[in-house]
Design a protein around this ligand. Sequence first.
Ligand code: FEO
Ligand code: CA
Ligand code: CA
Ligand code: CA
Length: 657
Amino acid sequence: MGKPLKSVFKKEHRDDVSNPSTNPAFSSVAEIFLSRRRLLQLGAVAGAAAAFPLLIKPEQAFAAVATPSPLAKAVSLGFTSIAVSTEDSVRVPEGYLARPFYRWGDATGIQGNMPAFKLDASNTAEEQAVQAGMHHDGMAWFSLPQNQDNPTHGLLAMNHEYIDNGMLFPDGAANWNLEKARKGQNAMGVSVIEVKKGDSGWEVVRPSGYARRITVNTPMQLTGPARHQPLMKTAADPQGEQVLGTMQNCANGHTPWGTYLTCEENWSDIFVKKGEHNALEKRYGISDSDESYRWNEVDDRFNVDKTPNEPNRFGWVVEIDPYNPTSTPRKHTALGRFKHEGAAVTLAADGRAVVYMGDDQKFEYIYKFISENKYDPANRDANMRLLETGTLYVARFNDDGSGEWLPLIYGQNGLDAHKGFESQGDLLIKTRLAADAVGATKMDRPEWIAVDPHSSGSVYCTLTNNSDRGKEGKAAPDAANPRANNQYGHIMHWLEAGNDPAAQGFAWDILVLAGRAQSDDPRAKGTMKGAEFGSPDGLSFDHQGVLWIQTDVSSSTINKKAYEGMGNNQMVATIPGTNDYRRFLTGPRGCEITGIAFTPDNRTLFINIQHPGEGGDDITDPANPRAVSNWPDANPNGRPRASTVVITKADGGIIGS
Ligand code: FEO
Ligand code: CA
Ligand code: CA
Ligand code: CA
């Protein structure tokens, strides 16, 4: 092959920077959080609202609780924090049960097509297309029957974010060919599975009329302003309206009308261009081959020198109807094109849909979409079109604790031909460039966003880390990203004006700086009480207002370097305002904890274990797949497998209580 081994595999996450813009760095007041953090210590959102004098009048607070939780807000956590762990297992507090199901390679449950997993990874591409994909990530619950809150029977829709060519084949990437690329393509995308709680616990229903795999080759429709744009047209799709597939599906969202949102994150790693990169390709970090999956070698769609517009058809949010297995997924261009982490959906005071989204790369931005039309509980067909038209905004965090949502509208604020934008559709394909032009705030890798189910204007976002913050030639620390060389990350909170998600302004604060609870070094000091953690990524509220945080410490750093002694990746819980953090779960070796879904009664929790066994270089030697982990099978001839894990309380109680 002539390449060093490392170059033929996919690294876990691109660590580079694609944002050369010179957006204003606000004052470099690295310690400003210390005066702000107290606001979040005041207690519930009412306290926080009162403490934000800039925008929130007391009578406006709680104006909009558009999607009230069915469960009362919890006031305390009911479990004892567990210790850190380096064991090759999933650990949970006493009184809880955790069991893997739906592992990579398990049959999805499609009638008449349920091939068994082969321990040596010799399943074909065709078989992989009807089995669980690799590297499970974001996930959501949908009750059955539709429109009922059934806690014991439903659908799980989940992402399979990326692949590991060293683990996916008996011989890794040797003897590379189209069949191998197709197997990789079929190991990515989305699964929809039917799950049911029976006398012996939760099981995947097989076969199921709902079971579905969506892959890198599943046809999907483009919607919104970028549909039919010149930059979206290819030889295979001269109208620019139908795309094959979705990939690098990271986190997710789900809508009040019962659909799943899957988000395309590190898609730019897969497209390879050997020739000179234009400004758009540079801004989105199109690969020059070293980080490639090698699909470009056998499938021209991923060879940008040959199919220059194909990358423009990725980087979007895709809506899937899990209740209809023959429905065509839709890529909603109105929500912008970037490296989408997740898509947290809530409703504005007037019923418009609001979607919060992070762009996960160093120095990228936080976005918000507001639909033009309003949610109608009686008209699902109309709701299905809500994400097709609306306005995209990007966040600016001022260092006085205020913030603005800056609209990205063609023809406004200089977003016109002078800046290289031809139309609204063209602007959305170039979302990052438009956000640069209006002066958005460069963040420390925005990951998941979570909306408080008891107060829909109160929103949280994980900023996982950014080792380049403050480096020469890079953005300096600012109030919202206060630490140079931010190795541990932090969690941001903002409160929309009037507690309305559709507001144009907000007040913000930092919920917690992650890191070492015992450290005296302000760059390393974690501000939590209780369980310390770093690199927060997955973030979700449960139905009783407990905030769950899942960590993604890089495989090269787990329990090493700055993270020495912090153990495997983990999940911790807190109730915002208490500063009490408790460790609920620790994962097996080499994994990330991600994906989170609660049943409507909060008595079952599903999470995902992603990439168990991933080594320090983010690659697996095909000759030694069990070098780091052999979870969950522990079969001497097997290999580690990403898996959904179902968690219940032995006494049937509410999770976290
Ligand atoms: Fe796929 Fe940003 O994590
Ligand atoms: Ca993530
Ligand atoms: Ca991450
Ligand atoms: Ca990961």
